[in-house]
Design a protein around this ligand. Structure first.
Ligand SMILES: Cc1cc2nc3c(=O)[nH]c(=O)nc-3n(C[C@H](O)[C@H](O)[C@H](O)COP(=O)(O)OP(=O)(O)OC[C@H]3O[C@@H](n4cnc5c(N)ncnc54)[C@H](O)[C@@H]3O)c2cc1C
Length: 292
């Protein structure tokens, strides 16, 4: 096929996406690519544009719900090591869009650079975290970000800095197709003390999440200065299930996908939660999770 010509070594068809997501459910991508470098990525993006094929970026799948019927078009994952490089220079940490947030945090902390440690325990990649300005413990990734390199939908590489970088609660101005690289300006502190702080934050974070081996997602944003978890608990929804999808018994804003769950079960459970919270508390919950 014309679209795939020359890309056979890193593009596949009808690729199941469930194994790449934290919920481990949902259908396949019509086309799936793991480019090995920026040039390959640009070529695929341009070829898809020529053929009018929609393109989506997949990070670590911790904020994604893939519908059961799958995803039309091309899904690209920056899984090659060339997209995951991390380096430190003075107080600046530079990381690829495919780098795991956890690796970037531990590199910064090891170098005695403070700021990102508040995000410890959030699963995902730098690209995914910047896309929705991930945050925790009153801090978010945007506040430390000084420069971003991204690829546009026409395959052009652009730099964003200063006024072009705007972040708000779970939102960023980065609407380019792919986040390729980011620079974080951090604060020098004692590495030993910082490591102890990160360990404490990690324990707190883990105690607020369901067991690590469960297939899970964090479906809603906080609302009206209240955590979504508290609102869901106040609406009496802990443990509520639809098909194989269940609101966590321990943490309100987590949905667990049991072995027999479908993406449709999760969507129906989310609808039920939204309407019950609105009915009981008069508050409209907004999705945090991205639905494909
Ligand atoms: C157990 C658990 C705990 C969580 N705790 C928190 C928390 O405390 N705080 C918080 O903010 N979130 C939390 N989340 C949500 C999630 O971890 C974050 O949103 C995370 O940053 C998503 O990153 P990802 O790489 O997994 O992105 P994905 O889920 O793969 O993608 C999410 C979105 O980002 C886009 N994207 C991914 N990579 C790129 C890229 N390189 N360029 C452009 N766009 C890209 C995708 O297209 C998609 O729209 C939690 C999720 C789970 C499962």
């Amino acid at each position: 096929m014309e679209l795939l010509k020359g890309f056979e070594h890193f593009v596949s068809q009808n690729e199941p996406l469930a194994p790449f997501t934290w919920l481990r459910i949902g259908g396949a991508a019509e086309y799936y690519a793991e480019p090995t470098n920026v040039n390959d990525l640009a070529e695929v993006v341009r070829r898809c544009r020529e053929h009018d094929i929609p393109v989506r970026l997949l990070g670590n799948g911790s904020n994604l719900l893939i519908r059961d019927e799958g995803v039309p078009g091309m899904v690209i994952r920056l899984n090659h090591p060339s997209f995951s490089e991390i380096s430190v220079s003075g107080q600046t940490v530079t990381a690829g869009g495919g780098a795991r947030l956890a690796h970037v945090i531990s590199t910064a902390v090891g170098a005695g650079l403070a700021g990102l440690e508040s995000l410890v325990g959030i699963p995902g990649t730098i690209g995914g975290a910047l896309h929705s300005n991930s945050g925790s413990h009153g801090s978010d990734i945007g506040q430390w970000t000084v420069k971003v390199e991204a690829m546009t939908r026409s395959g052009e590489v652009v730099q964003r800095s200063g006024e072009e970088l705007q972040f708000a609660y779970r939102q960023s101005s980065l609407d380019e197709l792919a986040i390729l690289k980011a620079e974080f300006q951090l604060e020098s502190v004692d590495a030993g003390e910082l490591t102890r702080k990160m360990q404490k934050l990690w324990i707190m974070k883990k105690s607020s999440q369901p067991d690590g081996d469960q297939s899970t997602c964090c479906p809603f944003c906080n609302a009206s200065d209240m955590s979504a978890g508290t609102l869901i608990e106040q609406a009496g929804l802990k443990g509520t299930s639809v098909g194989g999808a269940q609101v966590s018994e321990s943490q309100g804003n987590f949905i667990i996908a049991n072995a027999d769950a479908t993406a449709d079960d999760v969507l129906r459970l989310m609808d039920l939660i939204r309407s019950r919270v609105h009915e009981v508390l008069g508050i409209e919950l907004q999705n945090q999770i991205v639905v494909w």
